[in-house]
Design a protein around this ligand. Structure first.
Ligand code: AMP
Length: 195
């Protein structure tokens, strides 16, 4: 099963992606975690992306896509994975289609969370790249660049929306149930055409 988790920063998607991946026995692939790992190890890539991440900006697509391409080619990702934080731009979504095919993703899980609840969660998390200014930039960048992705996946009829508010266990159950019952609405038309 190939899944994508999408949501604004702080929506809890990383936590949920890890939990659901474990339950389904597939890898959790988070480009944010991969970048943070490079930064903490002081690799060449880490040095390059450190200041970009601290500013709350997006790492350039060519760097991100190449890193993701290598990851999904690894043997553990052969039968499925949960993508968390990638794709985040229309360019990355197109690159993903190139890597796994236009029908490669089974489901896109979208987290719906109120902005006030999000801000609270992020400040409580206390991560190094979570300064107040960074948070504001990240919200803006999400709205501008990531929200349009949902139009693409909506047209394909593969989106399920999840209420991200609640206890961690409760939200995990909601997701598993949504994946199980597969209550996605068929779309009237696919403007991209079918292959
Ligand atoms: P995340 O943990 O997913 O919120 O990612 C933390 C930071 O890593 C982001 O604010 C970006 O700077 C960078 N990043 C992670 N994934 C991507 C991506 N798909 N495209 C561009 N930048 C990314």
């Amino acid at each position: 099963m190939k899944l994508l988790f999408v949501g604004p920063p702080g929506a809890g998607k990383g936590t949920q992606a890890a939990r659901v991946a474990e339950r389904l026995g597939i890898p959790h692939i988070s480009t944010g975690d991969m970048f943070r790992d490079h930064v903490s190890r002081g690799t060449e890539l880490g040095v390059r992306v450190d200041s970009i991440m601290k500013a709350g900006e997006y790492v350039p697509d060519e760097i991100t896509v190449e890193m993701l391409r290598e990851r999904v080619a690894e043997p553990d990702a052969k039968d499925g994975f949960i993508l968390d934080g990638f794709p985040r731009t229309v360019g990355q979504a197109e690159a993903l289609d190139g890597l796994i095919g236009r029908h490669g993703l089974d489901t896109v899980v979208v987290f719906e969370v109120e902005e006030d609840a999000l801000v609270e969660r992020l400040l409580a998390r206390g991560r190094a790249d979570d300064t107040e200014e960074t948070l504001r930039t990240r919200f803006k960048v999400y709205q501008e660049q990531t929200a349009p992705l949902l139009d693409i996946y909506n047209a394909r009829g593969i989106i399920v929306s999840i209420d991200g508010i609640g206890e961690v266990e409760e939200v995990t159950d909601r997701i598993l149930e949504a994946l199980d019952t597969d209550n996605r609405l068929p779309t009237a038309a696919d403007p991209e055409g079918s292959q």
